[in-house]
Design a protein around this ligand. Structure first.
Ligand code: NAP
Ligand code: MG
Length: 468
């Protein structure tokens, strides 16, 4: 077992002024694999001071220079991709296949997509007699969740740094090891000191203190809506800019005449890969009432070969939940579904083995007012809801406090028509692939702002009008 007692700030690994540690657990066997120091408020002060001191110079480098550093970071991720994937298997419980073929390539694609777009971005433009100048804000505090331990950091760092800001990152307590590798990659890439800083430690202490810090200009957070709401208050201390990527309860709307296999596969994949711990997961499958029996057959067929087990094995699709807490949350939701009258069609239990495993679970007889249809479960749980008319399908899909993602499968014209009516930030139609250059983010309580491409960049840019 390794102990990590250093924090990365001001260009080097520094001794933490703290003797508090968090355990990192291998979630498949419940063993402690590392201890990671929790930064004290003094440590956070120093990391923020380093970021503040580095800002002017970094903000004044050319966009090309900043892009070169991001390219180097990307190269560093490429070089260490197997190690990164293995780390995610251990601390997150992602299956090896998903870590290697999903998580890591997603980060590389998104960095490349943003770099491609960035080449054509103008930091200055003319409007009437004004020159409009865009530049970094200053220090960005990034608080990230554990579900995509590298990509959630990347999605903030890449645009924030390209825009000219400096950053202090507080990663999730469950998955600090991937974040530490990221910091090592940045050290190796030779970024000027103070541009990137990492302080491990709990969100409720280190993250809370960081996001209230008077020298922080932007708070960028990905995580639960509950914590996001609290960060509004922290941001108010000095009127900080806020970027929030929060939860979701996204619908997959299947329309008669469409490819039912595709609809089931698309929804099921998002609740099986990463154990359903994906904010954009399509957790509500909406089907016409008279297609329910056929839908159940397709689901049964798709789920019959899914292997749940040791995430380090090549043929495992579903690994353990990230933590005991997360497992219990999921099991509580399953119980609530049963109590409120839904029918467990598949799964429903914890696996009888070491590790935090929950069976892939599918509920039928679900109505949209039930807790399992309204609240984000963040586990391998799919709910099937039936509807009579397309109008009703749209109404059910939009009857949610969230609006992050969604999907429609059906005859082209009708599917596009329904997609336009959904109140959500991302919608795939008939399995359309997501582009890393397109914006990602949510309507309603799913967040504020967008990530990826130039849309992500804009959230980290202050705007000045200079009249001549
Ligand atoms: P969470 O409790 O909100 O945690 C997310 C991060 O915030 C962690 O680093 C956490 O630290 C930190 N944090 C907790 N309390 C804080 C506070 N008072 N001040 C500052 N930071 C604080 O979320 P989670 O339950 O771990 O993660 C799952 C949730 O994230 C789901 O709801 C999911 O939808 C959402 N999510 C959204 C997106 C998106 O892109 N929209 C992506 C991924 C996840 P600790 O690790 O120490 O708890
Ligand atoms: Mg948490």
């Amino acid at each position: 077992m390794k102990t990590y007692d250093k924090l990365f700030y001001d260009g080097q690994w520094q001794d933490a002024q703290s003797s508090d540690y968090s355990d990192v657990i291998n979630t498949a066997n419940e063993e402690v694999i590392a201890k990671v120091v929790r930064a004290s408020h003094k440590d956070v002060d120093q990391a923020v001071a380093a970021a503040k001191a580095a800002f002017d110079q970094w903000n004044n480098t050319s966009p090309e220079t900043r892009a070169k550093y991001i390219e180097k970071i990307k190269k560093g991720i490429e070089d260490r991709q197997d190690e990164i994937a293995d780390t995610m298997v251990q601390e997150l419980g992602a299956s090896k296949t998903f870590a290697k073929k999903g998580q890591v390539p997603q980060s590389l694609n998104e960095i490349q997509g943003t770099l491609d777009e960035f080449k054509n971005f103008n930091f200055e433009e003319e409007v009437d007699n004004a020159t409009i100048i865009k530049e970094g804000y200053g220090v960005v505090a990034c608080v990230t969740p554990w579900n995509y331990p590298m990509n959630q950091i990347q999605r903030k760092i890449t645009p924030a740094l390209l825009a000219g800001n400096t950053v202090v990152v507080n990663p999730a307590t469950n998955t600090p090891l991937t974040a530490i590798i990221y910091a090592e990659i940045i050290e190796e890439a030779g970024l000027p000191k103070g541009v990137f800083n990492l302080v491990t430690g709990s969100g409720s202490d280190t993250g809370d203190y960081l996001t209230k810090h008077p020298d922080v200009s932007v708070v960028s957070f990905t995580g639960s809506t509950a914590v996001g709401k609290g960060l509004y208050e922290n941001a108010a201390t000095t009127v900080k800019k806020l970027v929030l990527e929060l939860g979701g309860k996204s619908p997959m709307v299947y329309l008669k005449g469409g490819d039912l296999q595709l609809a089931v596969k698309s929804a099921a994949s998002t609740v099986l890969d990463n154990q359903g711990q994906t904010c954009s997961a399509l957790t509500r499958l909406l089907v016409p009432k008279d297609e329910l029996e056929r839908t159940k057959e397709v689901i049964q067929d798709y789920y019959k070969d899914i292997k749940v087990g040791d995430p380090a094995e090549d043929d495992t699709r579903v690994g353990p939940m990230v933590s005991e807490d997360q497992m219990n949350t999921v099991l509580d939701y399953i119980q609530k579904g049963i109590d409120e009258g839904a029918n467990v069609f598949l799964g429903g239990n914890r696996l009888n083995r070491k590790g935090y495993f929950v069976e892939p679970t599918v509920f039928t007889d679900v109505t949209n007012d039930m807790t399992i249809a309204q609240e984000e479960i963040f586990g391998p749980v799919l709910v099937v809801i039936t509807y009579d008319t397309q109008e009703e399908a749209v109404k059910i899909a939009n009857d949610s406090s969230y609006g992050l993602s969604g999907a429609v499968v059906g005859p082209e014209k009708e599917a596009m028509d329904v997609a336009r009516q959904l109140k959500t930030g991302n919608i795939t139609v008939n399995g359309g692939a997501r582009s890393p250059k397109a914006p990602f983010g949510g309507y309603k309580q799913s967040g504020i702002g967008r990530e990826n491409g130039l849309y992500g960049l804009e959230d980290y840019l202050e705007v000045k009008a200079l009249f001549k």
